[in-house]
Design a protein around this ligand. Sequence first.
Ligand code: SAH
Length: 248
Amino acid sequence: MDIPRIFNITESAHRIHNPFTPDKYATLGAALRLSAGARVLDLGSGSGEMLCTWARDHGIVGTGIDMSPLFTAQAQSRAVELGVAGQVSFIHGDAAGHVADEKVDVAACIGASWIAGGVAGTIALLAQSLRPGGIILIGEPYWRQLPPSDEVARQCLAHTVADFLTLPELVSSFGNLGHDVVEMVLANPDGWDRYEAAKWLTMRRWLQANPNDELASEVRTQLTTEPLRHVTYTREYLGWGVFALMAR
Ligand code: SAH
């Protein structure tokens, strides 16, 4: 069981697989007023940076589930590196339908809401693992500027303009789903650069080391076109943030 190999190549050197930077996860962890021993579930935990740093900085305990064996192994190494392997565990698996055995204080899905078919489905899934009064975290893109056409939306790697909401629409959608927005931390264009631009050096070095790989021509095309696509489209049009929700 794995995600498409192209992501394991282009994001192999990422600690954070979204436009958040370490300071944003630190701000979010402080904003949530986490107490030592708080239980956190993370669906689509990637390389585990959120759980590992919050375990180190706030004493949380947690479980992450991710479909990429590579990212899961990186998360396990990071936990050892930060001295928190006794507090957090990372499971390789499909997070679709995953419900925790023991209810958690914080249930998160940061940049992987397709796991449960979108934001509404993800909130419903996370709610099944949450103790009463617990907090749900959703990381999601939104339009900073509405694209003038579906073609521009496609250049932002959406299918159509309707794939994402504006920030006011996204915030009001959480209310329509019966949740209070109790905190939020937003990424910024520099964070998008950390996520997108970090892929370019990884791709360049991978190409040098793997010139005959079956994905070499795809990676070559991406390396040639991605910097211009990123600065023209994603960096200008797409926002991204993590929203903390509590059921009304
Ligand atoms: N939350 C992480 C990673 C976000 S990227 C971070 O902040 O860095 C999305 C992640 O979802 C990737 O790590 C990918 O491997 C994982 N993923 C995709 N489909 C999944 C599924 N069905 N079950 C579990 N993880 C999945």
